[in-house]
Design a protein around this ligand. Structure first.
Ligand SMILES: [Zn+2]
Length: 475
């Protein structure tokens, strides 16, 4: 077919006017500093208003200076920054938020309004910019939620230097922040006396992290810093036990009213203290032996310090690495048998943005098609009925019975044996049961660090997603 010349011309103009990621020159648009924008998110399940809180100039920009446009397409939210003079997109960044998760809870659906605090960061612009926060709608399309213009030289940018009496440690140093993934670990619920324990806990967890592929092979791409944050009380809030602690970072069990979910709503305090060092991701260790944790993509991760009486030591090691999968690579939970607070978090007709679960609505364009083991049926058959019945039998056991522990252990061992069966090992396919749903959502492998509570490594699809994120950040 012959293209009319006019059409061809329009096509050329279009092609050459779209800014490519590589077109954005860091030095042309940005200084070495970081611009931090704090905001409030207010609303219910069905509405959200974002309003500006404060704008800050902070220290060294820790992120990549080459990949300024986020091409990974992850996260429920997308920060977009345009040069005001030329209207060129000069920075973008995908992330998720506690508010976004809260919107799927019963409380939000009942129409209760709540406000939560959020933060986005970008390299400090040399000229005025337009900053937009967009959010995916139910069909996954990004819709602009908030827009403001920022003159970086104006009096509305707070340039005060905050200081805190906390010691900084460069635990693992592999190079300049701009070329590395900079992980910041802070403790909450550690008193001055508990700091030695904090250092021990951090050492144990970072050793765990870099024992697991692909972090093991890519350890040289990471810097790890810690801040010795001191809390007044030892331990953290446990609302269901009416236990309240005064801590520096405000973490709490029972977040979103779930027993073991640990998050903090003290977002501003966390980012004020975090600004003492360059960081890409924040991990908060909570000084508590009770099982729990949380992880929200590019927002925060939390993990208990282990180990609860009567529980295996390795449970906390499992949690630490699992939650890092959430915060760092945007991985979804692949499990489906635990109780969660979410309603309709993954509608069956919408493909989740997370790289490791799928609704298979578009089977021909499956996002991990390149990794599927040749000859594997899609969906991939597995002993799901038996696995489900073993776990449901375990749930129905009488916890007060004398042989409860023994029976519970046996049923879980039988369920784990299905996952460990040689016939599934190394197979990448589409296994039904993922993302808190027993049906209609699929995971790539029989087992993964994002699926079972075990020291299983990441499945090939999760490993791939983690590597992609590392490659994006270190370039
Ligand atoms: Zn996985």
């Amino acid at each position: 077919m012959k293209y009319p010349y006019k059409k061809l011309f329009v096509l050329f103009v279009f092609l050459f006017s779209v800014p490519l990621a590589a077109d954005v020159s860091y030095d042309c648009f940005f200084t070495d500093n970081t611009l931090r924008v704090d905001y409030f998110q207010t609303g219910t399940a069905s509405q959200e208003i974002i309003s500006l809180d404060q704008i800050y100039r902070e220290g060294e920009w820790p992120g990549t200076r080459s990949n300024l446009i986020d091409t990974l397409n992850l996260g429920q939210y997308l920060l977009k920054v345009y040069d005001l003079a030329t209207n060129q997109l000069i920075f973008s960044h995908g992330y998720a938020s506690i508010f976004g998760e809260w919107q799927t809870t019963d409380e939000a659906i009942s129409g209760t309004f709540r406000t939560m605090h959020g933060t986005v960061r970008l390299p400090f612009p040399k000229r005025s910019v337009q900053l937009i926060i967009a959010k995916r709608n139910k069909k996954n399309v990004f819709i602009n939620q908030f827009s403001t213009t920022i003159d970086p030289g104006s009096r509305f940018v707070n340039c005060e230097q905050k200081s805190f009496p906390y010691k900084i440690n460069a635990l693992i140093s592999n190079g300049a922040p701009k070329n590395k993934v900079d992980l910041l670990i802070m403790g909450d619920g550690y008193t001055k006396k508990d700091l030695k324990k904090f250092h021990r806990d951090v050492k144990r967890y970072t050793d765990d992290l870099f024992r697991v592929s692909p972090f093991k092979e890519r350890a040289k791409d990471f810097n790890v810093r810690t801040i010795d944050v001191i809390s007044k009380d030892s331990g953290i809030d446990e609302p269901r036990k009416n236990q309240w602690k005064q801590t520096a970072l405000g973490t709490s069990y029972n977040s979103l009213d779930l027993a073991r979910y640990i998050l903090s709503l003290s977002n501003k305090e966390i980012h004020d203290i975090a600004a003492m060092v360059p960081y890409d991701n924040i991990y908060i260790l909570v000084n508590s032996p009770r099982y729990g944790g949380g992880g929200i993509f590019n927002c925060m991760a939390t993990c208990y310090s282990g180990s609860e009486k009567g529980q295996p030591d390795w449970w906390s090691d499992y949690v630490f690495v699992h939650e890092f999968g959430h915060v760092f690579a945007g991985l979804a939970d692949e499990y489906y048998t635990s109780d969660v607070a979410y309603n309709d978090l993954y509608p069956p007709d919408v493909e989740p943005w997370e790289p490791n679960i799928t609704t298979l609505t578009n089977k021909e364009h499956l996002k991990w098609a390149a990794l599927i083991t040749p000859g594997t049926s899609i969906p991939t058959p597995w002993e799901k009925t038996r696995y489900d019945s073993l776990l449901s039998a375990a749930k129905q056991l009488d916890k007060k019975a004398a042989d409860y522990d023994e029976k519970d252990k046996m049923l879980h061992q039988q369920a784990q044996a299905i996952l460990d069966s040689p016939k599934y090992q190394g197979i990448v396919g589409c296994f039904e049961g993922a993302g808190y749903a027993s049906q209609g959502i699929y995971r790539p492998a029989i087992d993964c660090r994002m699926f079972s509570k075990s020291l299983e490594g990441f499945c090939p699809v999760c490993r791939n997603a983690i590597e992609r994120m590392i490659n994006f950040q270190v370039n």
